[in-house]
Design a protein around this ligand. Structure first.
Ligand SMILES: C[S@@+](CC[C@H](N)C(=O)[O-])C[C@H]1O[C@@H](n2cnc3c(N)ncnc32)[C@H](O)[C@@H]1O
Length: 418
């Protein structure tokens, strides 16, 4: 595997200044408890106006939640029940909520624009994930792997991880991650700590942490389903990892592997490992120039698997369709769905496909027979589908990996499987 591509966990990358507390999955709260505890993240809604809700950091005694020109003491929130009201320094009332996954991803502090929750939910539903829980007598089966690029805020990552959650056994305690890529002097400080802290207690603590890490790594190798999420930016990836890890004490975090690097490097290395056999069930791309990555992703995608592209405009979906056609990639367009708040839940399906005007087809057949029906003279249909359910901005293009492309074998042009 390329040195540039790193599985961040194996590289031991940390999550900034995240608190050092760790949680065993068995100690994770089922959230039947109604009381806010230290280290919880809560959602604060203004009691009287509809301003955007606030997602707090992990609540620490003695600290406060900063608001614009105002603040709330964390101690005033800790110990209260969800749905109780808390008063800010300026006597503004906020109701305390436990954030849903959607509220959390839509409102948590971000470095990049996430896929908003209703669109993320739609994307997950397009994948139609129906994973079964682990059996008592586990079979030796290849893991169910989904690839996502770019990671961005980690919003879609969290939704995807929830989609595969049932397939894995409960994770053991999540190890504390030790360093942060954005802290350039972290190596020095870590070294310093190692030198200074050699007390018996510190050594025992270190050994205990190593054991937690080893147990977790062993469990990771037994996962039945994994989300591989990749971003070219170390900073974005680190932020997203923190977002994923901080949601409900890391409930979905163990199902995700974070990678930093380029799509080509990661997938090429994996394809070499697999002997060029496709290994991905599904893939989702949310990054610029999506069409540039279809070739390599199609190689890694198992037949029948979905490749979803999330594009801000329909013309970018068209670019993808053109790329598939021009390069004769083994993908066919399943559907194009417009998403976004103005559209409503479920998206609005568009008719986006290349067609050859009938007059041109007739001429070609007359002049040179079917073989002449090549890549010339195609036009794009691009309009909302009539008579379909208007049910939730951007466009999702869904392609499906076909076993083989009949046009390649027969010398005719077709984008649908026969
Ligand atoms: C719009 S954000 C993705 C948001 C994400 N889907 C979410 O729901 O939070 C796009 C991300 O793609 C990453 N990116 C841009 N070019 C890339 C490339 N060539 N390879 C991998 N990631 C890339 C950016 O660093 C950025 O984090």
């Amino acid at each position: 595997m390329s040195l540039y591509i790193r599985s961040l966990r194996s590289a031991g990358r940390g999550i900034g200044k995240a608190p050092t507390c760790v949680f065993a999955s068995c100690s994770r709260r089922l959230y039947s408890s109604n009381v806010v505890r230290e280290n919880d993240i809560v959602l604060l809604k203004h009691r009287t106006n509809t301003s955007a809700p606030i997602i707090t950091e992990k609540l620490q005694p003695g600290r406060s939640v900063a608001l614009t020109g105002d603040f709330i003491r964390a101690d005033d929130i800790i110990g209260k029940s969800f749905r109780e009201v808390v008063t800010s320094r300026k006597k503004v009332l906020y109701r305390i909520h436990q954030p849903s996954l959607a509220e959390y991803t839509d409102n948590s502090p971000r470095l990049v624009t996430p896929i908003y929750s209703q669109d993320a939910s739609l994307i997950v539903s397009l994948l139609d994930l129906n994973l079964t829980p682990p059996r008592a007598d586990p079979e030796d089966e290849a893991p169910f792997e989904i690839f996502e690029a770019g990671t961005g805020h980690g919003a879609l990552t969290l939704h995807l991880a929830r989609g595969i959650h049932a397939a894995n056994t409960p994770s053991p305690e999540i190890p504390e991650l030790s360093s942060a890529p954005e802290e350039s002097d972290v190596g020095y400080r870590r070294l310093k700590l190692d030198i200074e802290d050699i007390s018996e207690e510190a050594l025992q603590e270190k050994a205990a942490k190593e054991e937690v890490k080893a147990t977790f790594e062993k469990w990771r190798s037994t996962r039945r389903a994994v989300i591989h999420t990749l971003d070219i930016s170390d900073k974005h990836s680190a932020h997203a990892e923190k977002v994923v890890k901080n949601f409900r004490e890391g409930i979905y975090y163990p199902h995700v592997d974070f990678h930093v690097g380029t799509i080509e490097e990661y997938l090429s290395a994996r394809l070499i490992e697999s002997g060029q056999k496709p290994f991905l069930e599904h893939a989702i791309l949310d990054l610029p120039a999506t069409q540039s990555y279809l070739d390599i992703v199609a190689k890694a995608l198992k037949p029948g698997g979905s490749l979803l592209v999330f594009c801000p405009s329909v013309t970018q979906v068209i670019e993808c369709i053109k790329e598939v056609k021009e390069k004769k990639l083994p993908l066919f367009m399943e559907k194009t769905v417009e998403v976004g708040g103005a559209i409503g839940v479920g998206g609005r399906e568009w008719d986006v496909r290349p067609v050859k005007p009938r007059a041109l087809q007739k001429t070609e057949v007359l002049e040179a027979g079917l073989e002449a029906a090549d890549d010339e003279g195609w036009e794009m249909i691009c309009r909302p589908k009539v008579g379909v359910r208007i049910a939730g901005g951007g466009f999702v293009g869904q392609f499906q990996r076909i076993v083989e492309f009949p046009a390649r074998l027969e010398g005719t042009v077709s984008i649908t499987p026969t």
